[in-house]
Design a protein around this ligand. Structure first.
Ligand code: C2E
Ligand code: MG
Ligand code: MG
Length: 754
């Protein structure tokens, strides 16, 4: 039995209206009043028809029943001032009821629950404003007892309307002993444990001193420790050497900065580092941190993933991306990245290097003669030989084809570089014994090496590369199978050659090429056909003669793509000419000797013919005499194969008289015409030339070959050929090579007679 402050029995409802805070005294024993939990409060509210958002004021009887409860009952104002308290509060918080009245509720409640209370109060206010019912759900919180002990409490929070003011009832009881709740918590914990067991990542909770306070069993799989072994241990147990110390400060921040703010604070979502397992050594791991919690001190949960597999895949992918498949050497991308490091380095020592550009001599022939597989083997062996002649720290790259690049680190003297280059040269020149189709074939090749010294010969990757490349060209042009150092005085021929080769690579896509056509006429000027001659309009150098760039295209292999472009355009133009009412005019295009290296040349030509629908009876192919001398079998094969498919197609032996072809070749060649070389025609009346030309014409006659004379510049020459019965002349006397549109215009206007 409690005694009222004034010594009287309990005051009743009438005094509520006075709005003075007071202590409610009960005159009935607590046991009889019972608890307001488990539906009782709801019933009571219903019984008294209290609807908080409708301004209903509780009756005295209601208050009596309420305050007589064994549960603690508090009535607070909007600001948290305690207005009324029942004496059951004493059993809960150990305060005398009088000690609480007029005090604020908030200091009694642990700070982390203040927010929850404030939200309830706000919602209660809104329920009045918006005439909305709010649910009287329970609120769980922790509060200090008078002796500063912390208790867990549950409470109903119920807004009421009393004398024109919004107030809040707080009906609370301790839950420390509540079995059901404990059961629920245990179940949650159990579910959490069960869930964490299904995950292959390590889940680990740390307290602020980095002591492991929870860990799932994945710790065994990833780190080889059992849960028991790691619980209570320091987090650093899972890291090698100094790794933990390096990250300690960063890790600490995760205890205080929540996920939402980490990005702004420069904290990473996850950290990739190295972990140390109990017996498997060091593994790459990824750690990500959850939000920290304040439960019996601050703690943070982190998830640790074993990323060794991912790292392996990454490594493999990186290797694929940066290495040449065939030889395993670095590729151009790796080279650029390595060179980037040299130029970025601040260490003078690291900036001293030498760059070797290598281009094999004679590789194309080997490839063409013995096939690609054989060529590949040769490249693999060459890569090994280069590797074998260098130090471990030197890097080798393959830029595709037969181009290799060597980067020698820490070198300042050209004499040292020369020594290394000579070694590489010697190695590559040794004969190769390679298996091919069950037999061993011996081949020898050479190499041209261009050397640029870093930093003397360039301040950027592109400059150094260009200069090494230039030096390599110089090695090629000065006789191959040697090394040449870059020098500012390197012959301008090399520089020009370099420019041309680089430019040629893009000439097709940049649309700098055009086919010109030079009429071939009878002595009286009637057009019989045209020779297709390529023109290159270089954006800087202007018109470049094919006599200059075709040999470079041949040496660099670009002639293969260029050749297709030439055939394609010539055949398409022939088709147009023939379809425009000039069905009897022919076009002849030139084939380079190097094109015969392609084993599928006949097929390629046939493809072009089909694609362009060129009339083969009007198509002529010019083959130089040198091609025939170099590889007669190939030439014969191409000609016979094409003639089998297209019997009317014709072949012209170009530049005749310059290639020293023997009569025996000539009689075996299924060709149709001979083209007398320009050098004899232009100075026709020099006695020697006259003899040669006459002999050629007699020869053609006896072999039943037609003759074309090119380079006819004067009427005297024209008359000579006319008299000798030569019916096809080509030269500036009649017309110069001109664009296709000009040809068509002249044919239509009659300027060209057909
Ligand atoms: P070619 O096949 O012997 O072509 C004849 C060359 O003589 C052409 O030079 C032509 O313009 C030139 N010519 C014709 N009549 C006269 C004349 O009366 N006086 C003088 N001074 N020259 C005359 P162009 O077009 O400069 O071609 C040079 C060489 O480049 C060609 O010799 C050929 O070997 C090569 N070439 C040109 N176009 C192609 C092509 O499309 N493919 C291949 N593979 N080689 C080509
Ligand atoms: Mg020609
Ligand atoms: Mg010619």
């Amino acid at each position: 039995m409690l005694t009222a402050q004034n010594g009287k029995k309990a005051e009743h409802a009438s005094s509520y209206g006075a709005e003075k805070p007071f202590v409610v005294l009960r005159d009935t024993p607590e046991e009889e009043q019972g608890s307001l939990f488990d539906g009782t409060l709801q019933n009571l509210i219903k019984e008294f028809g209290l609807v908080h958002h409708k301004f209903t004021t509780p009756t005295t009887e209601f208050d009596q029943r309420l305050y007589g409860s064994t549960d603690g009952v508090l009535e607070i104002s909007k600001s948290g001032t305690i207005m009324h308290v029942n004496d059951a509060v004493r059993n809960i918080l150990a305060y005398e009821p009088g000690e609480l009245v007029r005090k604020n509720l908030f200091p009694i409640i642990l700070p982390e629950y203040h927010g929850a209370f404030k939200i309830r109060i706000k919602k209660g206010m809104e329920s009045i404003i918006y005439q909305r019912l709010i649910s009287e759900s329970k609120i769980l919180f922790r509060a200090y007892s008078k002796l500063k002990r912390v208790f867990s409490l549950e409470a109903y929070f119920f807004p009421l309307y009393r004398s024109g003011e919004m107030v809040f009832l707080l009906i609370m009881r301790r839950i420390t002993q509540d079995d059901a709740l404990v059961r629920e918590l245990k179940e949650n914990a159990h579910n959490y444990d069960a869930l964490s067991e299904t995950i292959s990542e390590v889940i680990l909770r740390l307290d602020e001193h980095f002591t492991v306070i929870f860990v799932n069993s994945a710790i065994k799989r990833v780190f080889g420790y059992s849960r028991e072994e790691i619980l209570g241990k320091h987090f650093k147990t899972l890291f090698p050497g100094t790794v933990f110390d390096r990250y300690k400060d960063e890790f600490s921040k995760y205890f205080f900065i929540d996920l939402d703010h980490r990005h702004k604070s420069g904290l990473r979502r996850s950290i990739e580092t190295l972990g140390k397992s109990k017996n498997r050594g060091i593994t790459p791991i990824e750690i990500s941190f959850g939000n920290s919690r304040n439960y019996e001190g601050r703690s943070v949960t982190c998830i640790i993933r074993d990323i060794s597999q991912r790292k392996n895949t990454e490594r493999k992918l990186r290797h694929l991306a940066f290495h040449d498949k065939l030889t395993g050497l670095g590729n151009r991308d790796l080279f650029n990245s390595d060179m980037g490091m040299i130029f970025k380095s601040n260490e003078q020592k690291e900036k001293n290097a030498a760059l070797f550009f290598l281009d094999l001599d004679g590789f194309k022939q080997v490839n063409d003669t013995f096939g690609h597989d054989f060529g590949d083997k040769l490249l693999i062996h060459t890569a090994k030989r280069i590797r074998g002649s260098l130090r471990e720290t030197d890097a080798i790259y393959r830029f595709g084809g037969d181009e290799f690049v060597i980067l020698i680190n820490n070198i300042t003297k050209t004499s040292e570089a020369a020594l290394i280059a000579q070694n590489v040269l010697n190695e590559i020149q040794r004969p190769y014994y390679l298996e091919s189709m069950g037999t061993t074939t011996v081949v020898t090749i050479g190499v041209s090496i261009g050397i640029a010294m870093i930093p003397e010969n360039g301040n950027s990757i592109s400059e150094i590369v260009k200069n090494a490349d230039l030096a390599m060209y110089s090695a090629k042009t000065s006789g191959k199978n040697r090394f040449v150092f870059y020098h500012t005085h390197l012959n301008s021929a090399a520089q020009e050659r370099w420019d041309i080769e680089q430019g040629l690579k893009n000439a097709i896509t940049h649309e700098e090429l055009q086919m010109y056509y030079q009429p071939i006429v009878t002595p009286d000027g009637t057009v019989k056909g045209f020779e297709a001659l390529i023109r290159w309009f270089h954006p800087v150098r202007g018109l470049i003669s094919p006599a200059k760039f075709i040999p470079i295209a041949e040496e660099s292999g670009i002639i293969k793509t260029l050749g297709v472009w030439i055939m394609e355009n010539s055949c398409r133009d022939l088709h147009t000419i023939n379809e425009s009412g000039y069905g009897n005019l022919y076009v002849s295009f030139n084939l380079s000797a190097v094109q015969f290296n392609q084993t599928d040349l006949a097929e390629r030509i046939a493809n072009v013919i089909q694609r362009t629908e060129a009339r083969t009876e009007n198509l002529r192919l010019e083959i130089t005499e040198t091609s025939i001398v170099k590889m007669p079998e190939r030439v014969v094969n191409v000609i016979t194969s094409l003639k089998r498919q297209y019997p009317k197609i014709k072949f012209v032996l170009d530049d005749f008289g310059t290639g020293y072809s023997s009569l025996s070749y000539l009689s075996r060649m299924p060709i149709d015409s001979l083209k007398i070389d320009i050098s004899f025609v232009r100075k026709l009346f020099e006695p020697m030339n006259l003899k040669v030309v006459t002999a050629i014409m007699n020869l053609a006659n006896s072999l039943q070959l037609n003759i074309v004379a090119e380079g006819v510049e004067g009427t005297k020459e024209r008359d000579f050929f006319k008299e000798k019965g030569c019916n096809a002349l080509q030269g500036f006397l009649f017309a110069k090579p001109m664009p296709f549109s000009d040809i068509m215009d002249r044919l239509r206007s009659g300027a060209l007679k057909s």
